[in-house]
Design a protein around this ligand. Structure first.
Ligand SMILES: NC(=O)c1ccc[n+]([C@@H]2O[C@H](COP(=O)([O-])OP(=O)(O)OC[C@H]3O[C@@H](n4cnc5c(N)ncnc54)[C@H](OP(=O)(O)O)[C@@H]3O)[C@@H](O)[C@H]2O)c1
Length: 490
């Protein structure tokens, strides 16, 4: 693996502290970092290399087990002081990074800063030539949100493209770094027995659900301007949908994979503004009691405007109008302050065509399910019907746990995989701009309607699975939300 330097803009922020530095450290422990990898923290605080190293030691306290690796890791750290909007500091940054042999000519600019600052930093890097790949590669990493709607995503992209080529840009969706999400591809395309079933002839519907037990906490300032549809559904859940629904790619290179994902997004039937209410549902958590503790409603959270109708719960029904999926509903749903925090993809099969057991004690046969739990437990489970023990002909559900269940989560951090991919220049798990743009096209009509319908929003009790009114999205009488691995009846 080639040496390189990570320049982290926003080195003092939450993302850097909670995700980036711990992930880089763990990669060092695993011996996966190139020897000459250095990390330059860019920040406006009055810090020097030693303060930054001390800070990182504090952040890693409790996580760092190996004193020797920690020292080696801290020696990789440098601090560059500057305001990211100040063009005067960029020539000095260039000189630090490019003169002498201290730093590798391969540079990663990691923008762990407000999305509103992405444009200015990429422009100022360009003005001092730090975007030019002379003698080494240059990569720009950004985290979602990629825009606020279709139009702002387009304008952000135009700004980035003025100085960085698409091949230099890595758009992170940390969901895609999760083991089970990648396992979706292996599960689907390494098992011949699934492919004949994976279509409209056998699959009744698909659900992709992400629920969180916490409220917005201190993040209301950001969240109120975004809402659940933008924050989770447009990004993570639509990405998962593409992996469930895509055709086998020509090969596993990044472009072939991303081409197939884009084809899925392009095939999603557009939702006209007049049909938004039939396809989408939003709600907000009310105040209440969870596990004996009083919790505030969304409107009572700090920094939430008095009459906000920002949704903390969003559900969406889409159809993919292609040969494989036409007519199969995909239900996507996310919410905060739900009963438990969990993410799951549930694929429900149709009932057998012949009701062979009608005259027996098996009154209602349950359908087959394939369940892919993404978090907190990574698990793939298949539910089938078998005969119960005993003289009667009764059926019961048996579960085949196919993979991963119960594995130690500590070993499976999404960021580590993604950081290695950045160093290796592998774009497979990063979003290409057309994916971002097509995903915005799916939700844009809904955002437009919700932006003007501002006088009412449903509420749901905290600690629940959300409002029952959302069930109106179901097209089948026996469709129910499959919230977790266990609760097939809820
Ligand atoms: N936190 C997460 O888990 C998470 C998850 C997914 C995506 N993201 C994305 O990651 C990005 C960063 O989020 P965050 O939670 O880390 O935000 P944050 O805690 O507010 O950090 C922002 C960083 O930007 C720095 N900064 C702001 N203005 C600056 C300026 N003029 N000059 C130099 N530095 C400046 C801040 O420095 P000071 O310390 O000096 O203020 C701080 O280090 C955002 O795009 C966010 O959407 C974050």
């Amino acid at each position: 693996m080639e040496d390189c330097t990570f320049v982290i803009f926003g080195a003092t922020g939450n993302l850097s502290q909670v995700k980036l530095l711990p992930a880089l450290y763990r990669l060092d422990v695993a011996g996966r970092l190139p020897e000459g990898l250095k990390i330059v923290g860019f920040g406006r605080r009055d810090w020097d290399d030693e303060t930054w190293r001390g800070q990182v030691r504090d952040w890693l306290a409790g996580k760092a087990t190996d004193a020797e690796v920690l020292e080696r890791f801290c020696e990789r750290l440098y601090f560059f002081r500057g305001d990211l909007g100040d063009e005067q500091v960029y020539p000095a940054l260039r000189d630090l990074l490019t003169s002498g042999a201290r730093f590798s000519p391969n540079l990663v600019f990691y923008l762990a800063i407000r999305p509103a600052d992405f444009g200015v930093v990429s422009r100022l890097l360009g003005t001092v030539g730090l975007n030019q790949e002379d003698g080494g590669w240059r990569r720009l990493v950004i985290e979602k949100p990629f825009g606020y709607d279709l139009e702002s995503a387009e304008s952000l992209n135009l700004r980035l493209n003025r100085n960085f080529q698409e091949t230099q840009i890595f758009r992170i969706d940390h969901y895609l770094g999760k083991g089970t999400v990648q396992n979706l591809l292996v599960f689907r395309f390494a098992n011949l027995m699934l492919e004949p079933l994976w279509n409209r002839n056998y699959i009744d519907h698909v659900q992709i659900i992400h629920s969180e037990s916490l409220g917005v906490g201190g993040r209301a300032g950001y969240y109120d301007g975004a809402g659940a549809l933008r924050d989770m559904l447009q990004s993570h859940l639509l990405q998962v949908l593409t992996l469930v629904a895509m055709e086998p790619p020509a090969n596993l290179d990044a472009e072939s994979l991303r081409d197939e994902k884009v084809k899925v997004l392009r095939s999603i039937r557009p939702i006209p503004q007049s049909a938004v209410n039939a396809h989408a549902f939003r709600a907000q958590y009310a105040a209440g009691t969870v596990n004996g503790e009083k919790v505030p409603g969304y409107l009572d959270e700090q920094d939430v405007p008095e009459h906000s109708v920002t949704e903390t719960y969003a559900a969406l029904k889409v159809f993919i109008d292609n040969w494989r999926w036409r007519g199969v509903p995909f239900y996507l749903r996310t919410g905060k302050r739900m009963k438990t925090g969990n993410s799951i993809v549930s694929i429900r099969f149709k009932h057998p065509p012949q009701q062979l057991f009608r005259e027996t004690q098996i009154d209602r046969l349950k359908p087959n399910w394939i369940l892919l739990n993404l978090q907190p437990n990574e698990c793939i489970r298949i539910e089938m019907q078998v005969k119960q023990q005993g003289l009667e002909l009764r059926a019961e559900t048996t579960r085949l746990d196919a993979s991963y269940c119960g594995i130690n989560q500590e070993q499976l951090d999404a960021y580590e995989a993604l950081l290695l991919d950045i160093i290796e220049g592998d774009h497979s798990l990063f979003l290409r701009y057309d994916e971002v743009s097509w995903a915005w096209k799916v939700v844009d009509p809904i955002l437009k309607v919700w932006a003007v319908e501002r006088d009412f929003i449903h509420t749901y009790p905290p600690g629940s699975w959300g409002p029952s009114e959302a069930d109106r999205l179901f097209i089948g009488q026996d469709h129910r939300w499959r919230n977790t691995l266990e609760n097939d009846e809820e």
